[in-house]
Design a protein around this ligand. Structure first.
Ligand SMILES: [Zn+2]
Length: 139
């Protein structure tokens, strides 16, 4: 799978690397503090609530949720021409069933058929050998 993917890719650092490793395995995981019973997103070095990291684990999510809000991208600016062939596309804030919210794309349907509250499920798009993007499709 040589990369023909020409969109900007996420920057991976030591904090976010586990997230992307799990995406490669097609698993949606986020940090969870077992002490506070809180999900942590984006990845952080310490739990924002208790200030510690000794109870933080990468917990698997169901991958199901609903559309909390969304926007239709009809125009791209600056150096994002590589996205222009995808127009129009949807960026949505997904509220996962476990509680945390994540920004992603809704794929597989036209934007006209998307509404707030729609049930969605994660799908994984292997865009390069290194990067798999979590996107969402309607259930
Ligand atoms: Zn905590």
């Amino acid at each position: 799978m040589e990369s023909k993917y020409d969109r900007p890719l996420p920057e991976i650092n030591s904090l976010t690397a586990p997230f992307w490793e799990y995406c490669k395995k097609h698993e949606l995981r986020m940090q969870f503090c077992r002490r506070c019973k809180e999900w942590i997103w984006y990845p952080k070095a310490i739990c924002p609530k208790c200030g510690k990291n000794d109870q933080m684990v990468w917990e698997r999510l169901s991958g199901k949720g609903s559309i909390y809000s969304y926007t239709v991208i009809r125009q791209v600016i600056d150096n994002s021409e590589s996205f222009s062939k995808d127009i129009p596309f949807v960026i949505a804030l997904i509220e996962l069933d476990e509680g945390p919210r994540i920004y992603s794309n809704i794929v597989g349907v036209s934007y006209e058929s998307i509404s707030i509250g729609d049930r969605v499920e994660v799908v994984f798009e292997d865009v390069t050998n290194e990067i798999t993007l979590p996107k969402f499709k309607k259930l």
